[in-house]
Design a binder for this molecule. Structure first.
Ligand code: CP3
Length: 319
């Protein structure tokens, strides 16, 4: 959940020097940024520093950042011809070789002491950026494609699914211990269409991974679909803060762990509040098994370091 990022001075310093995209694309820098949070905090797992948008870029649609915040893709995917021109999926592992190299460096540095997490976006979440041309408020264009021309929508999602399978297999080969799939925009789909727009493609990815390899699904706003997510073969469901975690735990099969789910905005308040709200989640899970403490979404740039420390102290000292 963005262990690295704008709330950390050492991250801001490195970014001022090199820029975001160069840090992503240079294995030594990406590894360094991944290690920054674990040098400071007692975190059990290290997440690779990268971005979900490296996949569209590897398929030929680059990305940058808007001055006012948010993502700008180089262009918008507007026609079937443009979708056919993307790719090929088979070239993705080679074009993203820098990700594999960063993971290999991290694997060596971590030396088995901490879990190493790889990740990627869900096909649906990536498609929203590609069809909308960047961050969106209403997702009108990608929804229009889904409802008006399902064959073309499926062509794009199929290509993304194939790309992600190749990409994740490369991450596993490079040493990732688990992979988290970010379905960050799964919650904007009409309930009955979540399966066709997003979940079926995630299921296809999980089926293609080595048997037993742990996959974590993070969905934002996908609370109503947690049961369906639990039957995809995912080992862990990472849930956003709008869910009551103890209720989620009670309603899911015991062979699926839950991860979450502190509201990241709480880290913008005070250490006392951060510790109190962390303990409240832990207490609500007392007596259950299969809980990985985490945030309910990515840490915000305004997060205060003493609040992050208070959160971690509350977890580490929990009895
Ligand atoms: O902890 C880590 O360092 C993990 C690395 C990580 C990043 N992005 C680095 C990053 C991960 C796991 C992501 C995932 C990601 N990227 C998602 C899914 C998770 C989520 O937040 O829902 C999405 C949707 C993206 C696309 C993306 N990248 C967005 C929307 C933004 C913010 C743009 C903005 O300015 O509002 C980014 C940039 C980004 N990716 C940052 C980091 C550390 C911040 C870059 C900066 O300004 O320094």
């Amino acid at each position: 959940m963005r262990q690295a990022g704008r709330y950390l001075p050492e991250y801001r310093e490195l970014k001022a020097k090199h820029g975001f995209l160069k840090m992503v694309k240079t294995p030594e820098l990406a590894a360094e940024v991944s290690l920054q949070p674990i040098r400071r905090f007692p975190i059990d797992a290290t997440i690779l520093f990268s971005d979900i948008l490296v996949i569209p870029e590897a398929l030929g649609q680059g990305y940058t950042f808007r001055d006012e915040g948010g993502i700008a893709m180089e262009y918008r995917l507007q026609t079937r011809t443009m979708i056919e021109a993307l790719g090929p999926a088979s070239a993705v592992p080679e074009r993203l070789a820098y990700v594999g190299q960063a993971l290999e460096i991290l694997k060596r540095e971590l030396d088995g002491k901490r879990a190493l997490l790889g990740f990627g976006g869900s096909p649906w979440t990536l498609a929203t950026y590609m069809v909308e041309g960047g961050s969106s408020e209403d997702f009108a264009l990608v929804k229009a494609l889904f409802y008006e021309d399902r064959a073309t929508f499926d062509l794009l999602l199929g290509k993304l699914t194939e790309s992600l399978i190749a990409y994740f297999k490369m991450q596993v080969a490079a040493g990732a211990d688990a992979i988290q799939i970010f379905d960050s925009w799964g919650g904007i789909v009409a309930g009955p269409d979540y399966e066709a727009a997003s979940l079926r493609w995630i299921r296809q990815i999980i089926s293609a991974m080595p048997p037993g390899f742990p996959i974590i699904i993070y969905g934002k706003g996908t609370g109503p679909h947690l049961t369906d997510q639990a039957f995809t073969g995912a080992r862990v469901l990472s849930v956003d803060w709008s869910n009551d975690l103890s209720v989620v735990r009670r309603n899911l099969p015991a062979n699926v762990a839950v991860q979450g789910n502190l509201d990241p905005a709480i880290l913008n308040t005070t250490p006392d509040i951060a510790a109190r709200e962390t303990r409240r989640i832990l207490e609500s899970m007392r007596g259950t098994t299969g809980h990985i403490f985490n945030l309910g979404h990515g840490i915000l740039p305004q997060a205060k370091i003493p609040c992050v420390e208070a959160l971690l102290d509350a977890v580490v000292t929990w009895k």
